[in-house]
Write a protein that binds this ligand. Structure first.
Ligand SMILES: NC(=O)c1ccc[n+]([C@@H]2O[C@H](COP(=O)([O-])OP(=O)(O)OC[C@H]3O[C@@H](n4cnc5c(N)ncnc54)[C@H](O)[C@@H]3O)[C@@H](O)[C@H]2O)c1
Length: 348
């Protein structure tokens, strides 16, 4: 299948390399409005400066849209009308209403539309998902997903609302998508605090608390300016608790442990002298009480997203990132903004 990449910046250049690493795919053309961004491309890749000329190329089966967020809607609709299958960078759209228009165009022209929500294949997330799916912690009641930065300001076009900037549209898509995919059941309600702490226009901090129908509470906490000099503080952390133990997962190439207790307190009488310190319930655990196990091993790569896409195009497996799931993530993002504005929890 011949594909084209629209927008040859940070992500577009990665897509060119990824496409060409598959036998079944070829990056045949690239489009960027900035001519300088096309320098250095392999000579056999056709170069365009506007998407209309690129889409007129009848030999192309599909496109990857990797332009700034505000351009996605118009470009996806054009690509659908030109009969091309589409992978759109995340966030596929800036609103649910925009995505509905895009999906209508894709359905009307019988082309596949999916979003590049490839962080479902990140090793840290897959580690959490494996433990959750295998019930390694028993019945899970809490999942915390955290991402902490120190730069404060976002970069490039991400600092402008009009360009589709801000951390909810940037990382929020992935973090929400991971949690929804993991929980695998409908959301009951959500409460969120979303703020601009350092950035002038766009959001750079949010805390989202989600309660699912299976009774799990999931928390997402992200900030571009959340500092500590504790070793290993930045950038990525997970913490998951069940009734058979807890688990922490740090870093994108995950490090962490499953932690259990050798025994729970069963004879609850006469505990007055049991612990030293200011509290009997939350003091340091006695020697040998905590037992640890290594994290489950996972084998995963960003490339797996494309393997699934190719198989789905050939009818060999279901598309992993489905339009209805992309739409649900966008719906949750709108609820996050509404909850932040109203300071009320939002029912689903
Ligand atoms: N899935 C991920 O992990 C991931 C990571 C980073 C970025 N992204 C997404 O990728 C998209 C691009 O982000 P980026 O960081 O690569 O941005 P970037 O600024 O590095 O690159 C964008 C490119 O698009 C070009 N461009 C702008 N308007 C255009 C138009 N109308 N037609 C053609 N080209 C145009 C720019 O000249 C630039 O070269 C965004 O939607 C972003 O959210 C996804």
């Amino acid at each position: 299948m011949k594909f084209a990449v629209v927008g040859h910046g940070f992500m577009g250049s990665r897509h060119v390399a990824m496409l060409n690493s598959f036998e079944e795919l070829e990056c045949a053309a690239v489009c960027d409005t900035d001519p300088g961004r096309l320098d250095g491309l392999d000579a056999k890749i056709k170069r365009y400066h506007d998407i209309d000329s690129l889409l007129a190329d009848k030999t192309l089966n599909g496109v990857i849209i990797a332009t700034p967020n505000k351009a996605h809607k118009e470009q996806v609709i054009k690509a659908a009308h030109a009969g091309k299958h589409i992978i759109c960078e995340k966030p596929a759209a800036m609103s649910v209403a925009d995505f509905d228009e895009m999906l209508r165009a894709a359905n009307a022209n019988k082309v596949v539309l999916t979003a590049h929500q490839q962080r479902r294949f990140d090793a840290d997330f897959q580690t959490i998902k494996t433990a959750y799916d295998r019930k390694l912690l028993g019945e899970v009641y809490l999942i915390k997903s955290m991402l902490y930065g120190y730069n404060g300001n976002m970069h490039d076009w991400h600092i402008h609302v009009s360009e589709g900037g801000g951390m909810l549209l940037d990382w929020g898509v992935h973090l929400i998508d991971q949690i929804l995919y993991l929980a695998g059941c409908p959301l009951k309600s959500l409460y969120a605090d979303i703020r601009s702490v350092i950035n002038v226009e766009v959001d750079d901090f949010y805390k989202i608390i989600m309660r699912f129908e299976n009774n799990i509470t999931a928390e997402i906490e992200l900030g571009t300016y959340m500092l500590s000099d504790k070793p290993g503080w930045f950038p990525r952390h997970w913490y998951m608790c069940g009734n058979k133990g807890s688990m922490y997962v740090d870093k994108f190439e995950p490090e962490g442990k499953i932690v259990r207790t050798a025994k729970l307190l069963t004879d609850v009488r006469n505990q007055a002298g049991r612990y030293t310190g200011p509290t009997r319930s939350f003091g340091e655990p006695e020697e040998g009480l905590l037992l640890t196990e290594g994290l489950p091993h996972v084998s995963t790569a960003a490339r797996d997203y494309f393997v699934n896409f190719i198989n789905a195009m050939q009818g060999k497996e279901e598309l992993l990132v489905k339009p209805e799931e992309i739409r649900t993530v966008l719906t949750v993002m709108e609820a996050v903004r509404e909850s932040g504005r109203t300071m009320q929890s939002i029912p689903f």
